[in-house]
Write a new protein. Structure first.
Length: 150
């Protein structure tokens, strides 16, 4: 999961550049400010989808104390009992919409710029990473099987 978190961190500079470029594009060039906004929305959606899991893993998320601090095993089980069914349900319910968006390469409705499907995909990624993080939290409290000699 660490490479995914690292790759998502690379989206910060393009996101900042696109957001800063909107004003000059709108005022001076008088074109492409909406396309810059669309691209920034894609970068932000992908970044935010991964940032929630990254913040939880780093212990800097508001709810991370239940996951990251040395806490009783029941807290991790309770957290997984809440997150896993929610994530599974949302992944199941949103799958047709996300799949249709991906197949149609859905565009932004106002500008018809390509890439709106990436925002829907980012929502699916957020759910998937939340589920994976819950499972990782459970694995950290499971007893390890002794390794036999070969």
């Amino acid at each position: 999961m660490r490479p995914v978190l690292w790759l998502a961190s690379l989206l910060i500079a393009p996101l900042a550049a696109l957001l800063c470029a909107q004003w000059p594009l709108r005022e001076w060039v008088q074109a492409y400010s909406r396309q810059a906004n669309d691209a920034a929305q894609i970068a932000f959606a992908l970044y935010a989808a991964v940032a929630v899991t990254a913040a939880t893993r780093a212990g800097s998320h508001l709810s991370a104390a239940a996951v990251h601090s040395p806490s009783p095993a029941w807290k991790r089980w309770a957290l997984a009992a809440c997150i896993l069914p929610w994530a599974a349900f949302m992944l199941w319910v949103s799958a047709p919409s996300v799949w249709a968006s991906l197949l149609g390469l859905e565009k932004f409705p106002e500008t018809l710029s390509p890439g709106y499907f990436l925002i829907k995909l980012a929502s699916w990624l957020l759910l998937l990473l939340a589920a994976v993080q819950a499972v990782v939290g459970l694995r950290s409290i499971m007893p390890q099987a002794p390794q036999g000699r070969a």
